[in-house]
Design a protein around this ligand. Structure first.
Ligand code: MN
Length: 576
C-alpha cells in the first residue's frame, strides 16, 4: 500500500476536499516523523500506518479515524508527543491516537494478571468504538508481519490475538476479520494441531473447491431461469481455526463437516433472499434442521443471512448462504458498517427520521454501555475475567423490555437472568414472566428477539434453586450475594430464633447494667437472663439473653448501640 494508492481509494469514496486535505496532512506529518525508521521486516515504518489506514478506509470510517490511523504510532515511536498531535490536528484526532496508545499497553499472557488491562481496554470501548476498530486493524497488520519478530514474542502476540482480539472482533460483528486473526494466530499458538489440520484437511479443501466449481454453473443456470436478480455467487472456504474448533466437536473427522466450502449468493433485497431459498429447495432437497433464518432472527453479533444445506449434485450436501449486499457489508465490517450507515444517515435527515439505523446502533451501544456498567460490579479483576469467559465470549441472545430496551444475555438465559440484568431489585422480587405477552415459567429459555416482561411482588425473595436455573454469571452473583446477606435472617426464622445471647466484655462501673437494660428496653427487647462473670478483676463478662429481634440486622444494630455505652469494651453475640 503506497500513499498514492490510499489517496486514490479515498477519492473514490466521495469524501470532501477538506477531508482529503486532512488525511494528506496526517500522512505527511507521520511520514516525516517516522523518517528513516524501518519495520522489523525491513519495510519503511510508514508502511504499517498506511496499511492500517487502508483497512479503515475499506470500512468507510470517518476521516478523523483515517488520520488517526496514519498518526497512531507517532507518539510511541518518534520524538513527537500527543501535545504535538493535538496542536496540529485538534482534540478529536489526539483523543483517538491517545486511545490507541493506551491500548498498546495491554498484554495478555494467558494469566489472570491481565484482567486489569482488559478492563482498561473495555473502558476504552465504551469511550469510543473507533479506537477499538483502529486497534483491531493495527493488530491485523502486525499479525500479517509477525514472522519477523523473535519466536517468544510471536507466541505471546498470537495468543493475545487469539484470546482477546479475535473474540472482540467477532463480538463487534466483524466475523471475517475475526476469522483472519484466528488463522494468523493458530500456527503460533497451537503449532502441532495446525500441522495436523493442514495435513488432514488440505485435500478435503481442494476436493470441496472442485465440487463447488462443478455445482456453481448448475445453480447459476437455475437462478437465471427463475429470474433471480443475483449480483454475485461465490465460494467461501471455512477459516482453518474455525474448522479446527468444529472438528473438536465432531470427533476430529473431516468427512463429517459439510460446510468446509459453502456457496454464497448475493441478491438485491430481502424478498429476493427468500425467493432464492425457494428456488434452491425446488432444485435440491434441503437437509432437515439445517435451514437457518438469521434474517428474521439475527445472531447476537448482528449477523444476518439465510443458510440452508441441501443434497446437491452427486448426492453430496452443500451449504448455501443467501444475503443482500447490505448484510454482506455488515458481516464483513460489523459494527463499523452500522457506524458508517449512521454517519451517512445523519447527513440524510430524511432517512434518519425513519430511525432504522439508529435502532441498530442503539442495540450495539446498549451492549457497550452494559459492559461498562458490568465491570464496575466486580471487585476483583479475576472475577471479572471469569465472568467474561462465561458471558462475553459465548453465543449471546438479544431480548427486549416491553419498552424496547435491548439486553444482551448468554444463550440459554431465563427470565431470571433478564430480570437481574435489568435491575437487582427486579430480579429479587420476580414472581413470573410474560414472553411476547404470554405467561411462562421463570426457567423458560429465552430466544433471540423475545419481548420479556417481569412480574414482581413486593417482599418476594430469590430462591436458592434459581442458582441452578440461571445462565449468566451476573445473575448468579447477584442471587448469591442476596442469599448471603439474608442467610443470617433465615437462620433466625428457622430456629424461631428470638433468643440472642450477647457476650459483653466490660470495665465495670456504677450504673452500667442499668444503662444496658434501658437500651434494650427502649428498643422493646426483653431481657430473659443476665449473668456476670467477675473472676477477672479488671475485666468482667456480662452475658445477656434477650428476645424480640426480628432479624439479624436488628441484632447488629443493637451491637453498635451497646458498644456505644461507656464501659463496654467488646460485644459479640450468638443465637441460642
Ligand atoms: Mn501500530
Amino acid at each position: 500500500m503506497t500513499a498514492q494508492n490510499l489517496f486514490e481509494k479515498i477519492k473514490a469514496q466521495a469524501r470532501s476536499a477538506e477531508d482529503l486535505m486532512l488525511i494528506k496532512r496526517a500522512y505527511d506529518f507521520a511520514a516525516k516523523a517516522h523518517g528513516e525508521q524501518k519495520r522489523k521486516s525491513g519495510d519503511p515504518y510508514i508502511s504499517h500506518p498506511l496499511a492500517t489506514a487502508s483497512e479503515l478506509v475499506d470500512m468507510h470510517l470517518d476521516s478523523s479515524t483515517i488520520a488517526a490511523a496514519l498518526l497512531h504510532d507517532v507518539c510511541e515511536d518518534t520524538y513527537h508527543s500527543i501535545k504535538d498531535i493535538r496542536k496540529e490536528f485538534g482534540d478529536e484526532i489526539a483523543f483517538l491516537v491517545q486511545g490507541v496508545t493506551k491500548l498498546d499497553k495491554i498484554r495478555y499472557r494467558g494469566t489472570e494478571r491481565s484482567a486489569e488491562s482488559l478492563r482498561k481496554m473495555f473502558l476504552a470501548i465504551g469511550e469510543d468504538i473507533r479506537v477499538v476498530l483502529l486497534k483491531l486493524v493495527d493488530r491485523f497488520h502486525n499479525m500479517q508481519t509477525l514472522s519477523h519478530l523473535p519466536p517468544e514474542k510471536q507466541k505471546r502476540i498470537a495468543l493475545e490475538t487469539l484470546e482477546i482480539y479475535a473474540p472482540l472482533a467477532y463480538r463487534l460483528g466483524m466475523a471475517d476479520l475475526s476469522g483472519k486473526l484466528e488463522d494468523l494466530s493458530f500456527p503460533h499458538v497451537y503449532s502441532s494441531e495446525y500441522e495436523w489440520l493442514m495435513k488432514e484437511a488440505k485435500e478435503t479443501y481442494e476436493d470441496w473447491r472442485k465440487y463447488v466449481e462443478r455445482i456453481k454453473p448448475v445453480l447459476t443456470e437455475e437462478l437465471v431461469k427463475e429470474r433471480i436478480p443475483f449480483t454475485g455467487i461465490n465460494a467461501r472456504a471455512k477459516h482453518y481455526y474455525s474448522l479446527y474448533k468444529k472438528l473438536l466437536r465432531y470427533g476430529m473427522d473431516v468427512r463429517k463437516i459439510t460446510d468446509i466450502v459453502a456457496l454464497r449468493i448475493i441478491v438485491p433485497t430481502i424478498e429476493d433472499c427468500y425467493a432464492t431459498l425457494g428456488v434452491i429447495h425446488k432444485l435440491w432437497k434441503p437437509l432437515p434442521g439445517r435451514i437457518k433464518d438469521y434474517i428474521a432472527l439475527p445472531k447476537p453479533n448482528g449477523y444476518r443471512s439465510l443458510h440452508t444445506t441441501v443434497i446437491g449434485h452427486e448426492e453430496r450436501p452443500i451449504e448455501i448462504q443467501i444475503r443482500t449486499p447490505e448484510m454482506h457489508g455488515e458481516a464483513e465490517f460489523g459494527i463499523a458498517a452500522h457506524w458508517a450507515y449512521s454517519e451517512m444517515k445523519r447527513r440524510d435527515t430524511q432517512a434518519y427520521a425513519e430511525g432504522r439505523s439508529s435502532k441498530i446502533n442503539a442495540r450495539h451501544f446498549a451492549w457497550i454501555e452494559q459492559l461498562r456498567e458490568w465491570q464496575k460490579e466486580f471487585e476483583k479483576p479475576e472475577e471479572f475475567l471469569e465472568a467474561l469467559k462465561i458471558d462475553f465470549f459465548k453465543d449471546r441472545i438479544f431480548v427486549l423490555t416491553p419498552k424496547g430496551d435491548a439486553f444482551d444475555l448468554p444463550e440459554g438465559s431465563t427470565p431470571i437472568d433478564f430480570a437481574y440484568h435489568v435491575h437487582s431489585d427486579i430480579g429479587n422480587t420476580a414472581v413470573g414472566a410474560k414472553i411476547n405477552g404470554k405467561m411462562v415459567a421463570l426457567d423458560h429459555i429465552l430466544k433471540n428477539g423475545d419481548i420479556v416482561e417481569i412480574l414482581k411482588q413486593k417482599n418476594k425473595k430469590p430462591s436458592r434453586d434459581w442458582l441452578k436455573i440461571v445462565k449468566s454469571a451476573q445473575a448468579r452473583k447477584k442471587i448469591s450475594s442476596f442469599l448471603k446477606h439474608s442467610e443470617g435472617d433465615k437462620k433466625f426464622e428457622k430456629r424461631g430464633g428470638e433468643t440472642v445471647e450477647f457476650n459483653l466484655t466490660i470495665r465495670d462501673r456504677v450504673g452500667l447494667l442499668r444503662d444496658v437494660t434501658h437500651m434494650l428496653a427502649k428498643h422493646k427487647i426483653n431481657i430473659k437472663k443476665v449473668d456476670t462473670d467477675t473472676k477477672n478483676q479488671k475485666w468482667a463478662a456480662l452475658l445477656i439473653h434477650a428476645e424480640g429481634f426480628k432479624n439479624k440486622t436488628e441484632v447488629e444494630k443493637m451491637m453498635v448501640r451497646l458498644k456505644g455505652i461507656k464501659g463496654i469494651e467488646d460485644v459479640s453475640y450468638k443465637l441460642l
